[in-house]
Design a binder for this molecule. Structure first.
Ligand code: ZN
Length: 203
């Protein structure tokens, strides 16, 4: 389990990333850290991209319904605007922000703010997602959390999409995804390719 660094020096900024697949508990871990900062009487603010409208307009909602009030923003620059007077900033679903989030997080940390970022590290194709790889590179601390593979019970790191189509992860459609381990994900992708070949023998 992640243990907070000694926050004796409140004015020291840094960046933490919590990443993983869908159903890996990223948001729960973000909320846990933010709640502990709040108990320590630090000023906390949480942001999420405006496109994430599942369940509630204003709360960061994880699958276990452990909600925290949050501010939906249209772009990463707006986080700078709202983060005056904050000690700790949480950013949920960070994969949906553009690459400008990287610079925004650097600026916040350089100003002495503790920045905690949660997001999907890979899309359903198994490719690094949005600004997440760069954020992991510049962070002081990276935690990769895992789901449980729906097919074999191992640790899962892939968000396998169970429906057809090539659109990237759409929030609110979590029922269309299953967490899989590497081996089961490879098998599932091979089965999918086989099905497509059978459906279009000319390919
Ligand atoms: Zn598996």
């Amino acid at each position: 389990m992640f243990l907070e660094k000694d926050s004796h020096n409140k004015s020291k900024g840094w960046i933490e990333v919590v990443c993983g697949s869908m159903f890996s508990g990223k948001t729960e871990e973000l909320i846990r850290r933010l709640n502990r900062a709040r108990i320590a009487k630090l000023r906390v603010e949480i942001f999420k991209p405006g496109i994430d409208t599942r369940y509630s307009e204003e709360d960061v909602v994880s699958h276990n319904a452990n909600a925290l009030h949050s501010i939906p923003v249209e772009n990463a620059q707006q986080i700078l605007f709202y983060s005056n007077e904050c000690d700790v900033i949480g950013i949920d679903e960070a994969q949906f922000f553009g690459n400008e989030l990287i610079d925004v997080c650097q600026q916040l940390a350089n100003q002495g703010i503790r920045v905690i970022i949660a997001g999907l590290d890979m899309d359903f194709m198994g490719k690094p997602f949005g600004p997440m790889p760069q954020l992991m590179a510049i962070a002081e601390d990276v935690t990769k959390v895992h789901a449980i593979c729906m097919r074999c019970g191992s640790l899962a790191q892939y968000s396998h999409r169970t429906i057809a189509g090539d659109k990237l992860v759409v929030l609110g459609e979590t029922e269309s995804y299953e967490p899989l381990c590497r081996e089961c994900y490879m098998k599932a992708m091979a089965e999918k390719a086989q099905k497509e070949t059978n459906a279009n023998p000319s390919l």
